[in-house]
Design a protein around this ligand. Sequence first.
Ligand code: SF4
Length: 219
Amino acid sequence: MSRSAGSEAALAALVAGIGACRICVERPEGAPLPHEPRPVARVSAKARLLIAGQAPGMRVHRSGLPFDDPSGDRLRGWMGVDRETFYDVSRIGVAAMSFCFPGYDAHGGDLPPRRECARHWHDPLFAALPQVETILAVGKYAQAYHLRRLGVALPRSASVAETVGRWREFSALTPKIVPLPHPSWRNSAWLKRNSWFAEELLPVVRAEVGRLAGWDGKT
Ligand code: SF4
């Protein structure tokens, strides 16, 4: 078996393991997942662009498609891609900090990502994706994890706004990390207050998405 075929087989085994994962109901750290796991992760040995989000919400838990919601529509707008390109796993991978919907907190908000995913899956999964050149890190959990993996420790007190504001620093990393706020409607006021995000960072995001996941699929 060639090295490349072996790497692809190792990635396929990891993806199959994630798809069948029941750790959060059978061996949870703390309270078990309050529903059947439905891991949502879309990766391939080809895609050079990866979106690292926070966790699926209930709607995505039902559909099985990441960012299949209004937040996803806004993210696609930021990236300048349609659904067809976004869901072409040979062009764009999606792997959140929690592959399963974590459930709701006492106030009806989504719980933070399950820690078990990072402990069991993330290091081997991202090591198995060496072709990824750029990671769009959406939200503080993904930013902290992917930057730490590349040797950049964010201050514990760092807000998403502060981390996103440092985006130029992280473009020198391999892979590049592009920090983004969550595209939720809850961040609309932040987006209005921080017009530099749309003026300075989004053109860079679109150029990077075009370079790595362009229509011809090559450059
Ligand atoms: S959240 Fe992650 S670790 Fe927990 S059951 Fe789902 S895939 Fe497994």
